[in-house]
Design a protein around this ligand. Structure first.
Ligand SMILES: Cc1ncc(COP(=O)(O)O)c(C=O)c1O
Length: 393
């Protein structure tokens, strides 16, 4: 039998890949499953997007290949969004690349930039598409451990000089999955400056730019002076608009930096369904206040989840952004053991910190993607699991 490429051997397990099947088995056993695993809410997308999708699907031209250009209407809506939200100008044709979900672009980007032996600095715990993309491109991952005492920020001064010398890409993601950390502007200024000095491509993953609470408004990296010379920023329709399955996102940045990504994409995809791009444009241009209402729903869920997990013996910081709680565990139990026990014994799916890389050990991630009632129920079950494991209060 033909053997798969050895590069697959170096990839970590993709934890989220196994949960749909696990969940199916649990439900078949009659378990009342509460799934707080993926950042994938049980909420509806904007009615304006659904209506636009339905209408666009009736138009034969929408069913044709989008190619790299895709639907100009979508590029223009992205450009308007970047202007409205961050006050930044991007040429819709030259400085925006439509993506089949931001994960697609993030992972393919490495093929455009990384040569064998180049180092990719990857925050850990972190989104696995960074590791996946870099390793599939034969890059060498340098795993930077995000720690609470450093506010989960990457400090390039901690990276050994011999690594920095070979570094080609730095992945940054704030608001951060899974730690929910946010990045102060002063920090971003320092990082942009260092990347410019060192000629490192700054891949700024801004999937949670809108998913923020308590009046906090996450910045675009391009609000930082000089960022256009070194950064590419990734955005997603998934979280803000409950459109995870629609697979639509975008990259923005200087034309010269984006062109290599667009070129790789010419060979691996032929664009997202244009009716989906039309619907995404409708969501971005929505003037009904959908996004604001949606974030308010998440804020209510965050508050319910934080209170409930605290009441049930967990030490948990109330996040300013994202849809995640990043909760420390007592030392005697590994995150994998805890998550497995909680799923098998109590029917609650959470992600072990170690599934985001070794740097995530000692924590588990809760996605507040369901109703406050179900979150309270999940927290009660998690508290019971902790007690049954002999480590609870
Ligand atoms: C940090 C981060 N970046 C990117 C994505 C990808 O989003 P999508 O591919 O759905 O646009 C996710 C999804 O969970 C994420 O957590």
């Amino acid at each position: 039998m033909p053997r798969p490429a050895s590069r697959l051997l170096t990839l970590p397990e993709y934890a989220l890949g196994k949960y749909p099947e696990k969940k199916r088995q649990l439900i078949a056993r009659g378990v009342d499953v509460i799934d707080l695993g993926a950042g994938d809410a049980d909420l509806a997308p904007p009615p304006s997007a659904v209506a636009r999708l339905a209408a666009a699907a009736q138009v034969p031209a929408m069913s044709r290949y989008g190619f790299g250009l895709g639907l100009v209407e979508y590029r223009e809506a992205v450009s308007r969004f970047m202007k409205r939200r961050f006050g930044l100008e991007f040429d819709p044709l030259a400085e925006v690349v439509p993506l089949v979900g931001s994960k697609e672009g993030i992972s393919h980007l490495a093929l455009a930039y990384v040569e064998p032996g180049d180092v990719a600095i990857i925050p850990e715990p972190g989104y696995l598409a960074y590791t996946g993309g870099a390793q599939l491109a034969h890059g060498e991952p340098y795993r930077y451990s995000l720690r609470p005492e450093k506010d989960f920020l990457v400090d390039l001064d901690d990276v050994p000089p011999e690594v920095i010398e070979r570094a080609k890409i730095l992945y940054l993601n704030y608001p951060n999955n899974p730690t929910a950390a946010v990045a102060p502007a002063e920090y971003l200024r320092r990082v942009v400056e260092r990347c410019r000095e060192l000629d490192i491509l700054l891949v700024y993953d801004n999937a949670y730019s809108e998913m923020a609470f308590d009046g906090y408004s996450p910045p675009s990296i391009f609000e930082i002076e000089g960022a256009r010379e070194v950064a590419i920023e990734f955005h997603s329709m998934s979280k803000t608009y409950n459109m995870t399955g629609w697979r639509c996102g975008w990259a923005v940045g200087a034309k010269e930096l984006l062109a290599p990504l667009a070129r790789v994409k010419l060979f691996v995809d032929t664009g997202a369904f244009m009716a989906v791009q039309a619907a995404a444009a409708a969501a971005l241009d929505d003037t009904t206040g959908f996004a604001e209402r949606n974030i308010a729903v998440f804020e209510e869920r965050r508050d319910a989840a934080v209170e409930a997990f605290r009441e049930n013996g967990f030490d948990c910081v109330s996040p300013k952004a994202t849809m995640y709680l990043w909760i420390p565990l007592p030392e005697h139990i590994t995150s994998a053991e805890f998550a497995e026990f909680l799923m098998e014994e109590e029917g609650v799916i959470v992600l072990p910190g170690s599934s985001f890389g070794e740097g995530g050990e000692g924590f588990f991630r809760v996605s507040f993607v369901t109703s406050p009632e179900r979150l309270r129920e999940a927290a009660a079950r998690a508290g019971r699991a902790l007690t049954r494991l002999g480590v609870g209060a």
